[in-house]
Ligand binder design. Sequence first.
Ligand SMILES: Cc1ncc(C[n+]2csc(CCOP(=O)(O)OP(=O)(O)O)c2C)c(N)n1
Ligand SMILES: [Mg+2]
Length: 561
Amino acid sequence: MTAEAVPESISGGHLVAKALKAEGIDVIFTLCGGHIIDIYDGCIDEGIDVVDVRHEQVAAHAADGYARITGKPGCAVVTAGPGTTDAVTGVANAFRAESPMLLIGGQGALSQHKMGSLQDLPHVDMMTPITKFAATVPSTERVADIVSMAFRECYSGAPGPSFLEIPRDVLDARVPLEKARIPKAGHYRASTRQLGDPAAIERLADLIVHSEKPAILLGSQVWTCRATDDAIDFVRALNVPAYMNGSGRGTLPPGDPHHFQLSRRYAFTEADLIIIVGTPFDFRMGYGKRLSPTATVVQIDLDYRTVGKNRDIDLGIVGDAGLVLSAAVAAASGRDDNGSARRKKWLEELREVETKAFEKRLPRQLSGSQPIDPYRLVHEINEFLTEDTIYIGDGGDIVTFSGQVVQPKSPGHWMDPGPLGTLGVGVAFAMAAKYAQRDKEVLCLFGDGAFSLTGWDFETMVRFDLPFIGVIGNNSSMNQIRYGQAAKYGEDRGRVGNTLGDVRYDEFARMLGGYGEEVRDPADIRPALERARESGKPALINVWVDPDVYAPGTMNQTMYK
Ligand SMILES: Cc1ncc(C[n+]2csc(CCOP(=O)(O)OP(=O)(O)O)c2C)c(N)n1
Ligand SMILES: [Mg+2]
């Protein structure tokens, strides 16, 4: 027997790779450092790809994005000290977005603990409040064991990130293979899918059967739980109008009789039953204040702590969105009359509100004005999306416009940062999405401010041949902030701290080996998008938009209310 076939000893980095492999991970996102290189060596042996980026924030966002797209946890590997602090924002974003990912950070050698080694920081203390689990790996024998523990912890309640720091001597040391605990794929964690209290399911069925005017909000956990089909069955079998937010967007395709978007406020004011699935009563929901005070409110969530938070509910169910919704359909189907026919008028009423709102806005969406009305840009993008385009929004005001107009055509084809509102996720999410799903098209709408934060990783997209269509809604400003500042301090004083240069991002793309075009005439948006698609390269279409118009959400400052 050769030494390769039966290695007698194994290093910490190779144990990391084995544990990642057991979890089904086929890529790590990373930026190198001497503390972590043994992990790369292990990845080579396990056939795990190493995608090296230009900023650790991008590595962490990409791991978050990979988790959202694949349903498997993502993994980012960064060096000690500044490598880890650079990744904090990505971990924080995944924490608020309930996205399961593991960040592995280097650390100085245990033998130099607290001696002032290069890049030494208290990483675990820093990461603890923004992770579900944060720990130091104390010995080489335990490396794979603790990696698997970190993955298990990612899935307690609603998912989220874990952090491990691995001291350099622990990572580099070799231990006898038989002394290392290496958890076997599929044998170290259980399914966390829960059905919820059966009595509560019966009550939910009861409420639906007797409701004249129900509405359901399908939130991000509908996608996290891969509950799309169950949600569709639910709204069709019980004839319930559906609104979608976050990653739940696209659960139903636009044009579906149960797909509603623009009548949400009306529905939540008029409904007698409101079912909230997998989304918290946070700022995006006005903390629950904008729901009719007389409606019966049901909240279904993976996380016990989310149910009933900020607002009283009539029925709370802790469980997996798919299991709960399908059980409710089964329970309601046993009744003589599940009430669906009675709700026909309610759906017609909402459709009328929806159509009126759409028609009111349509002239703006078709506007030929120059500079380009942002509504026209997002309208063109919406028309351009196919069933296989994953849409990503990364920006302020321009993305607020798109939230009203862009409708993904398929489930899991919408990505936004989530409730942390982090600018700079776009290139990283595009990287993860294209990496994980080469057959999909990826389109990201950026604000010019947002793109600038992490835009150098466009080069990584070129280097790894990951074509995507980037569109920059360029207003040479941080407009979403500018609006509130100008309203409070006047136009002149409101210009401080939010003005960007007139940057040619299309030229930036070309400089890095991608495709680039600028657009000033709205009629040129569509052809430019087509050419970006045909280029087969990472592309940036720099669209100059009117800096003096703002989205209604920005003008209402809804995000702060
Ligand atoms: C990392 C980060 N920094 C700052 C903010 C605050 N912020 C919210 S919107 C916005 C302006 C973004 O400008 P841009 O991306 O150009 O979009 P625009 O509003 O101009 O359309 C800023 C700075 C944030 N959300 N995230
Ligand atoms: Mg801007």
